[in-house]
Design a protein around this ligand. Structure first.
Ligand SMILES: Cc1cc2nc3c(=O)[nH]c(=O)nc-3n(C[C@H](O)[C@H](O)[C@H](O)COP(=O)(O)O)c2cc1C
Length: 479
């Protein structure tokens, strides 16, 4: 294990060294080349590299990186782990850091590199400053899809724990106008309603090109009073460096490539969308808050890091891969200490798979029901599949084996109607309401002794399998 990269540039350097980055120096047009390249990278599969475009038509000196963390090797490297790490190994490390590493901010006073270029007032033209492009052909406009969106609870302006960082999709609407879409219940929606009740605009900022741990923290389901900057510190295993903006009073990631600052205008809403979403479908057009930009700052030769959303697996699935699962695990572990891992990576956890050592019959099903009412499970966890602890919930062959051999639909499938779901779930009826299902693919455990289910270790691996595995892996690496 090495140190986690503390900036986007450190990550790009590491990806280059590890042969997980492809660079393009020939000129490329923004549309349709970039999103086509990102989609092609995703089609290549689970080990695909990041894509760096150094020569953009119409944008001399500016660069774009896509698919930065759009594969398991890139995710592992972004956390300072070996690129061969399995999903289960990455999950266990994220779980360990989330619980055990210090959640610490480091406020730096030294001028950050993004202050090398400051653009204010009438000089702001987002379309000139940032190489914005549409990710999917029927998107209503260009979108910023991997920006860390920062806001604060203005009723407690000095409370860093009530500062929020999230990833929200942000539509470019004009040269100094953006529109953000945050679902009710998400923290910025709460910050905005507090400001609007007072008749005040809400100061906000978007940081683009941030340390990889912050992107992961930003889309993690933290309680309202916990800071994503501090979670990022835990995830990267070192204090998170911020710089306090005199313009908005917000903490800004010190190493960011771009900073966009401004305010959400109280009481104003305008049409936003359509937009190709993580479900693989377009969402419609709805009225959303407006964000007036008052200052843009960027590093020299800035890198615009954006993310291509599409049917899974796309980068958003990778950066969300462990967040919901680890957050559910944290909530469940007191009552269900037998839980080993929670795989909530399918469509942000709409299908969640949990491995458990159930010490008594019925415990697995109880844990599944509880998972549906955890904070992240409430609007996801539509199907929860329970497997024994000898099954890796990240390995679909093993999960399908458990479903094939341990599950009898007569006893092991339970349906509950009328529960909440994320509004983007196209199968919800009405939108935002769904039935949920538990599939218990664990072996029946006493006092439930039905059927002729087999003990966990019926066919054991032949003696020496572990040593052979190491030997073969080393030989394959050396080929
Ligand atoms: C690429 C990407 C785009 C997202 N877009 C949105 C969005 O537009 N609106 C939203 O409410 N959540 C969006 N999310 C999910 C939130 O980032 C996530 O649920 C986060 O935990 C919300 O945190 P909050 O409750 O602190 O706001 C997105 C996540 C990713 C990875």
């Amino acid at each position: 294990m090495s140190e986690s990269p503390k900036s986007l540039r450190e990550l790009l350097e590491l990806l280059q060294q590890e042969k997980q980055l492809l660079s393009f120096n020939r000129e490329h047009a923004l549309e349709p080349d970039l999103s086509a390249a990102a989609q092609a990278g995703q089609n290549i599969g689970e080990t695909s590299p990041a894509l760096m475009f150094n020569n953009l038509q119409g944008y001399p000196g500016k660069r774009i990186v896509l698919n930065t963390v759009s594969s398991w090797p890139n995710y592992a490297l972004s956390m300072g782990l070996p690129k061969e790490s399995s999903q289960q190994q990455i999950y266990q490390e994220v779980l360990r850091r989330w619980s055990d590493s210090p959640w610490e901010l480091q406020e730096k006073t030294e001028q950050p590199p993004f202050m090398d270029n400051i653009i204010e007032g009438d000089d702001i033209n987002l379309f000139e400053l940032i190489p914005l492009f549409r990710g999917n052909e029927r998107d209503g406009a260009p979108y910023i899809t991997k920006g860390a969106f920062i806001s604060r609870d203005i009723s407690e302006p000095n409370n860093d724990d009530k500062e929020n960082v999230s990833i929200y999709r942000v539509q470019a609407k004009g040269k100094n106008l953006l529109s953000a879409q945050f679902v009710p219940g998400h923290d910025c929606a709460r910050h905005l309603s507090i400001a609007e009740e007072r008749g005040e605009n809400l100061k906000v900022a978007i940081a683009i090109g941030v340390p990889p741990a912050l992107s992961v923290a930003a889309c993690s389901p933290l309680p309202y009073e916990e800071s994503e900057f501090k979670l990022a510190a835990a995830l990267q295993d070192s204090p998170f460096e911020v710089y306090k903006s005199e313009h908005t009073g917000l903490n800004l990631p010190w190493s960011a490539e771009y900073i966009i600052e401004g305010e959400i205008i109280a009481g104003e809403r305008e049409h936003e969308g359509p937009f190709g979403e993580f479900t693989g479908f377009y969402c419609g057009n709805r009225k959303m808050p407006l964000f007036k930009v008052t200052r843009v700052m960027h590093r020299d030769q800035p890198v615009f890091e954006n993310l291509h959303l599409a049917r899974p697996m796309s980068e958003s699935d990778y950066i969300m891969a462990f967040n919901n699962g680890v957050a559910m695990h944290q909530e469940l572990k007191t009552n269900f200490p037998g839980i080993k891992a929670v795989n909530a990576l399918n469509c942000y956890g709409l299908v969640t798979i949990i491995s458990i050592d159930q010490n008594m019959g019925g415990i697995a099903k109880s844990a599944a029901l509880r998972a549906m009412t955890t904070a992240p499970g409430l609007i996801s966890a539509k199907t929860v599949i329970m497997v024994d602890d000898d099954v890796d919930p990240f390995d679909m062959y093993q999960v399908m084996w458990a479903m094939s051999c341990n599950m009898n639909p007569q006893f092991d499938v339970s349906l509950i109607n009328g529960l909440p779901s994320v509004g983007l779930d196209p199968a919800s009826v009405p939108t935002g309401i769904t039935a949920k299902m538990v599939i218990d693919a664990c072996r029946p455990t006493a006092p439930d002794l039905r059927g002729n289910s087999k003990p966990k270790e019926d066919i054991v691996h032949p003696t020496g399998t572990g040593e052979w595995e190491q030997k073969l892996t080393a030989m394959i690496k050396a080929l």
